[in-house]
Design a binder for this molecule. Structure first.
Ligand SMILES: Cc1ncc(COP(=O)(O)O)c(C=O)c1O
Length: 383
């Protein structure tokens, strides 16, 4: 660790009080400012929705909730604390603004605060809703998409579910390719949103799904468009634009350590880029499975398949977690903290707790990537 945590915290508290939120796209280095992402809506979005959507710029999607309006007292016993969440123009505007939840029972060091960033609260249930929305909006803005093209994406699950949600609202045909050992809950959810699901042999792992999708796009390039979450900057920019500033403000500028399990590495790259850009001294810790451990959603990538968006220097430290450690911690989170999450979140929490026991003081935020009910067909909660 480069700095004592309390020094780091004090140093950071002087900075970034004035970073605007939401971050405008024009503040992202070499990224074109986007004024109107809804200029070419598919036809079947009806006129009312269209006029509602066209009013809004991209930053709308990642805005924090509107300030609460004062509400009149209705009658005795019913006060204005009812109905504090507001009406949304559509389900997509519920993406982002997930809460931070403080762990109460499993943190071994009283001088360290550990927060869970509840990405499981996104409407399709995972951290991948953010890049799914951003990648589709940006592709549409660049006129890569039209209602005749089919989106195709290799995904171990959560990105597919997020894309299926967004594609269903915006009206794009979608084919998702994943290894046949991905949990059945995910493919059922994707199909419920109207996506086509293609399964590749489990023995070929995620690489097999990636190869299949690339081959199809190369062969039928006029019919298929791949967003390619592994190489698409709009994946990590979603986190740069939303996840990272949310964490910064929600932790009251106090975060000293950020822990995230790594799949496409979009989450960790985007969050790291934000802290780096604003010169905030936050230690960035990536979590990957130990050799031989299979943890859904994250990988120990062979060099040839390392995601193109990954930049080794953006991560201060990588920690390995075994499937046993990740499973045990996911169960403890449910039993002791009431947080029902998936295995990769258990892995990130395991590392967060390990760090908490080693440092003098600090504020650690880890990502809860998805919900536990996505794993009910596995052994995760069978005990
Ligand atoms: C369950 C789960 N955990 C962690 C991750 C990692 O997120 P990222 O792709 O941003 O690295 C994913 C990604 O799909 C996931 O599905």
């Amino acid at each position: 660790m480069s700095l004592n945590s309390s020094v780091r915290s004090a140093k950071n508290s002087k900075k970034l009080d004035s970073v605007p939120y939401p971050i405008s796209l024009s503040s992202v280095p070499s990224y074109p400012a986007i004024k109107e992402p809804f200029d070419t809506l598919p036809n079947f979005i009806n006129r009312d929705n269209r006029s509602e959507l066209t009013k809004r710029s991209l930053t709308h999607w990642f805005k924090p909730p509107y300030p609460r309006q004062p509400q009149p007292k209705l009658s005795q016993g019913i006060d204005s604390s009812y109905g504090t969440s507001h009406c949304h123009p559509n389900i997509l505007s519920l993406i982002g603004n997930t809460p931070l939840v403080k762990l109460r029972n499993i943190v071994p060091n009283p001088n360290v605060t550990v927060y869970a960033k509840m990405e499981s609260h996104n409407p399709a249930g995972s951290v991948k809703d953010r890049p799914a929305l951003n990648m589709i909006l940006q592709a549409r803005q660049r006129k890569i998409l039209n209602p005749q093209t089919t989106l195709i994406e290799p995904t171990s699950g959560n990105t597919g579910v997020g894309l299926a949600l967004v594609a269903s609202v915006l009206g794009y045909p979608l084919e998702l390719v994943m290894p046949e050992n991905a949990t059945s809950e995910r493919s059922k959810i994707m199909k419920a949103f109207g996506a086509k699901v293609t399964l590749t042999p489990a023995t070929h792992e995620m690489e097999g799904a990636i190869d299949y999708a690339h081959e199809k796009v190369n062969r039928l390039s006029n019919q298929y468009v791949m967003l390619n979450q592994f190489a698409n900057p709009d994946n990590y920019l979603a986190h740069y634009l939303s996840t990272a500033p949310e964490i910064w403000y929600q932790s009251h500028n106090s975060i000293t350590h950020f822990v995230s399990a790594m799949g496409t590495t979009g989450t960790i790259m985007g969050v790291s880029k934000f802290f780096n850009k604003h010169q905030l001294d936050v230690e960035i810790i990536g979590v990957s499975p130990t050799e031989g451990s299979s943890i859904p959603g994250i990988r120990r990538w062979p060099k040839a398949y390392l995601p193109k968006i990954f930049n080794e220097t953006a991560v201060d430290k990588t920690c390995d977690v075994s499937i046993m450690q990740a499973t045990t911690m996911a169960r403890r989170l449910a039993l002791e903290e009431g947080i029902f999450c998936g295995t990769s979140a258990g892995g990130a929490a395991h590392i967060a707790i390990e760090i908490a026991s080693k440092i003098e003081s600090g504020v650690i935020v880890f990502i809860v990537c998805d919900r536990g009910d996505r794993y009910l067909s596995t052994d995760l909660f069978t005990y």
